[in-house]
Design a binder for this molecule. Structure first.
Ligand SMILES: [Zn+2]
Length: 496
């Protein structure tokens, strides 16, 4: 084996073994398998390890809500669960702080030029942790905290987070949803937990385009991942020009993983990281670091861990596990074509859809021959949404009051309904009735639906407002997906 040409730092989460629950897939052996594999390859003992820093409280509070940061130590002290999936032990709070602090130390070492790359074996993992809650085995969002540290204390202006875990990093996405300085890009199996990460989730407000999602159907393997990297991810990164690339590294897209159905090989994983490394070497002084997220097969851990480290070190490596024994599916090509369309129209600041108060009203829409939707709102205004049958290229009409419906009807009805149904606070003023079925017609996905959406009075709910905002954002992205190149005016009119 050739000598490493590049220097790297590691972070090992000392004491992480006491965050464990019998029979749970997120177990200490995952990190130990990685460490042993890196030892066997001769890299672990020759490269320095960083020590975790204590994350400053105001930094933590800029990522997570104060209420959650008070709740988590309390839940942890009692060893309770945050949800069905997510356990804690009396040591979990301190270990979560360590993992976040290790992520910071790793990112900081690279940012300040002490090393060219970094590999933080963070545990507990982080990318599902949202501002307000831990979920999906994650307690604190390590990579988001590291990115925030570089921006607030390191002076970074533009960072890219590439999430190569099997699952969508809903927490990281939510944290940076309205931010133009952190570009969040995710590939993930879909459908799968946590259900988010549609192609049309591209960020919000003026910073629309600084989020990119590439949901992948089961069976996607090395070729699909490779095409996506070359055709979408690297061009997007190139347009954004980050000063450092942070990677959420889960080894669960590997074909051996028990929780997923993607078919990436360890060699394929290494090539993805090598592609990012090449970009970083040419554009941002090689600054790139990996942060451990999920992955549940220990042999895949060892192979993927070696593959990505070899890629970061620029050395050759042989994959003992080889490619998936199952042939790679081809259904990712449909998503890929849609993804290419979105990439082409992405990255344009969306000043044209400034927030407006939405007057919600009762609206019933019906599909007409699968081409358009029409209906009448409670003020007697008729609504037509869809491609005009006379001029199939014309996309006609909407008003702000229809936004939620349009967004719901166009792509993600179930997201909106799900958000509304998940309301913890009682919503006396809100009633949602929905029936319908999803009708996919690539490259567009419409929802065949009869939807009654009723809001009475002034509903004051942060979550509802958020659901509406989300819908509004989706509406804009739906329009630009359907009609690349069109703009949407501040009155929500479509402008060529
Ligand atoms: Zn995962």
């Amino acid at each position: 084996m050739k000598q490493p040409q590049e220097s790297i730092v590691f972070y090992y989460p000392h004491g992480h073994q006491s965050h464990a629950e019998a029979g749970h897939p997120e177990r200490p052996e995952r990190v130990e398998a990685l460490r042993q594999a890196l030892q066997q390859a001769g890299w672990w003992d020759v490269h320095p390890q960083v020590q975790p820093v204590q994350p400053p409280l105001d930094l933590l509070q800029s990522v997570h809500q104060k209420r959650y940061l008070e709740l988590l130590p309390e839940v942890s002290r009692r060893g309770q669960r945050l949800d069905m999936d997510t356990y804690t032990t009396p040591n979990s709070w301190q270990l979560a702080l360590n993992a976040a602090g290790g992520a910071i130390a790793t990112a900081d070492a690279i940012w300040r030029g002490q090393a060219r790359r970094g590999f933080a074996l963070c545990r507990p993992p982080g990318h599902h942790a949202t501002p307000g809650r831990g979920m999906g085995f994650c307690l604190l969002n390590n990579i988001a905290i590291a990115a925030e540290y570089l921006i607030q204390l390191g002076g970074a202006k533009r960072l890219a987070i590439v999430d190569y875990d099997l699952h969508h990093g809903n927490g990281t996405q939510e944290i940076f949803w309205r931010r133009g300085d952190v570009f969040y890009i995710s590939t993930h199996q879909s459908p799968l937990y946590p259900g988010s990460g549609d192609l049309d989730e591209i960020g919000a407000g003026d910073e629309e385009g600084a989020t990119a999602n590439f949901p992948l159907p089961p069976g996607t393997g090395d070729q699909g991942f490779h095409e996506l990297l070359e055709g979408c991810i690297l061009p997007l990164i190139d347009r954004f020009q980050p000063e450092m690339i942070l990677v959420s590294f889960g080894f669960d897209p590997h074909w051996r993983d028990p929780l997923g159905h993607l078919q990436l090989s360890a060699k394929g994983y290494g090539e993805l990281i090598a592609g990012l490394v090449r970009w970083a070497d040419q554009n941002c002084q090689g600054r790139l670091a990996l942060f451990l997220e999920g992955g549940y097969d220990l042999e895949a851990a060892a192979a993927c861990g070696q593959a990505v480290t070899a890629a970061m070190l620029g050395v050759e490596w042989h994959d003992p596990l080889g490619p998936s024994p199952r042939p790679e599916g081809s259904s990712w090509q449909i998503n890929f074509r849609r993804a290419r369309q979105i990439c082409k129209s992405s990255g344009i600041p969306a000043q044209h859809h400034k927030r407006k108060g939405l007057a919600m009203s009762t609206v019933v829409l019906r599909w007409i021959e699968g081409k358009m939707m029409s209906g009448t709102d409670s003020n007697g205004h008729s609504i037509v949404i869809g491609r005009s049958p006379e001029q199939p290229e014309t996309f006609v009409g909407v008003k702000p009051s229809d936004l939620l419906l349009l967004a719901a009807a166009s792509c993600s009805a179930y997201d909106v309904i799900e958000i509304l149904q998940k309301q913890r606070e009682p919503l006396q003023d809100l009633k949602v009735l929905c029936s319908g079925e999803q009708l996919s017609t690539p490259p567009y996905t419409f929802t065949h639906i009869h939807l009654h959406y009723i809001v009475r009075g002034n509903v004051k709910s942060e979550r509802l407002e958020k659901a509406i905002r989300l819908s509004e954002d989706k509406y804009c992205s739906v329009i630009s997906t359907l009609r690349p190149g069109v703009a949407i005016t501040s009155d929500y009119e479509i402008k060529e």
